[in-house]
Design a binder for this molecule. Structure first.
Ligand SMILES: [Zn+2]
Length: 278
């Protein structure tokens, strides 16, 4: 299998991220294959050097060794950063635009919420010349059911129009391609064939699936996806990057061992392997 862990350095990593990384690494160890590290540093306005540093420290603390990817912050900047691939992502956005599935939108968020995506004015307007300073949105049909079989065979069905109505593919102002585009392109270019993600990314998978359909990239649809349950904070709430005491940094600094996190991931993978083979 060829898979990846893909942290976003826009905050300190927490135990939920650790669970995802450990499960992914344990699956590679069990099945055999290649584990990539891909640092999703697309959004430079939110990336901070201390968060990038935290990615590498956390992986070392968790005992995760990747087969390919940046060895540290300098190596990331030099050879692996998504900033180095902006042109590549931009070309793919162009390909989507050429299929007629994008439209320019200069509306504010408030405007869009007031109007709703279905009756949104620029959506129905003529797509002619490229207006300056607009975002480009993906025109998601209504309805737009997207479905796929998960790694374990379970059917996943997402109504993309309600899960992610007309997501921005190219941002206004900075012209930055969307995470959905970068993630899809990177997975394709790296030859990824297994993706292990938290269940909160199911709408993202659906969006990327739909983009792959538009772009005729069947290799993406051949990927085996596993969306695992999210680690919660004990009261059932999803962990966030501001969740101070669940951050890996605070556990490290308190001298805690990552063993219980590793055991938890190992037990999860054992149960998963039994599940898919039985
Ligand atoms: Zn608009």
């Amino acid at each position: 299998m060829r898979t990846r862990i893909a942290p976003t350095p826009s905050g300190y990593l927490h135990v939920g991220n650790a669970f995802n990384f450990l499960v992914t690494a344990e699956l590679v160890r069990t099945i055999g294959g290649t584990l990539f590290l891909r640092v999703d540093d697309l959004d430079q306005e939110r990336v901070r050097p201390e968060y990038v540093e935290d990615v590498f420290r956390s992986l070392a603390w968790l005992g995760i060794r990747v087969d390919e990817g940046p060895s540290g912050p300098e190596d990331l900047q030099r050879s692996w950063s998504q900033q180095l691939r902006m042109e590549r992502y931009g070309r793919v956005v162009e390909q989507v635009r050429a299929t007629g599935h994008l439209y320019p939108c200069a509306c504010s968020r408030a405007q869009r919420e007031r109007e709703g995506s279905g009756v949104h004015l620029c959506r129905t307007g003529e797509i002619g010349s490229t207006p300056v300073g607009t975002a480009w949105r993906l025109k998601v049909p209504d309805p737009c059911p997207v479905s796929w079989s998960e790694w374990d065979g379970a059917r996943q069905v997402v109504e993309l129009n309600s899960a992610m109505p007309d997501p921005v593919m190219l941002q206004r102002g900075n012209g930055r391609p969307a995470y959905q585009v970068a993630s899809l392109v990177d997975d394709m270019d790296m030859g990824i064939d297994h993706v292990v993600r938290g269940a909160d990314l199911i709408p993202s998978t659906a969006c990327q699936w739909y983009l792959a359909l538009i772009l005729k990239r069947p290799a993406f649809q051949a990927i085996r996806f596993h969306h695992h349950p999210l680690v919660t904070d004990g009261t059932g709430r999803k962990l966030s990057k501001s969740a101070g005491d669940t951050s890996l940094r605070s556990l490290r600094e308190a001298g805690r061992s990552p063993d219980h996190l590793r055991d938890q991931a190992k037990a999860y993978v054992e149960a998963f392997m039994r599940h898919i083979s039985g």
